[in-house]
Ligand binder design. Sequence first.
Ligand SMILES: [Fe+2]
Length: 213
Amino acid sequence: MTDQSKWSESYITDWEEVENIQDSNRSQTKASGQGLKVQIGIPEQTRKEVSHGLAHLLADTYALYLKTQNYHWNVTGAQFFELHRMFQRQYEELGQAVDVIAERIRILGFLAPGGLHSFADLTSIKDGDGSADPKDMQLDLLNGHESAIRRARGILTQFEATHELDRKNIDTVTQGLLIARLEAHEKTAWMLRSCLAESHPAAFKAEGVRLSA
Ligand SMILES: [Fe+2]
């Protein structure tokens, strides 16, 4: 027997074992299928609605992650190191958020979108232009974060309206996730806005306005 045929034989044997295990799991699942249903005290319709919103937020976050990494790679000019580092901190934070949001959708019992085409269908945030001026990159990112803020706030408002009717089964974990995303995007937006205040004084004149007593 050649090495190749030995390898093929052991591969087939292993694969047959895997199939046997899968068959056995399938029959056990059929027998006690109830145990695999998501029964976490949140009605299916509520889980479905919130997962739908989270899928949009996931796509926004992924689009913003890609755009920020694009700018991290392609930014040029006198502020290169400062912006290169700032964009890196931002895309790393977004990358972690992508995982948290996708896993929340899974925990709620639905498939998370996971491809560029599905993300493109779910978000309105467009690809960045790597040849753009550094200020335009920051402005584009600011607009992206504000778009994600409006998305997260919209889901939270809808979420709270749904739960208003059912105070017993509040999904506090998703609520916390949405608040955490709002907090992160708002902080990044504030930092970007502050960076741009000097070059866009008219647009950012509200910055530094004193609060009246
Ligand atoms: Fe890098």
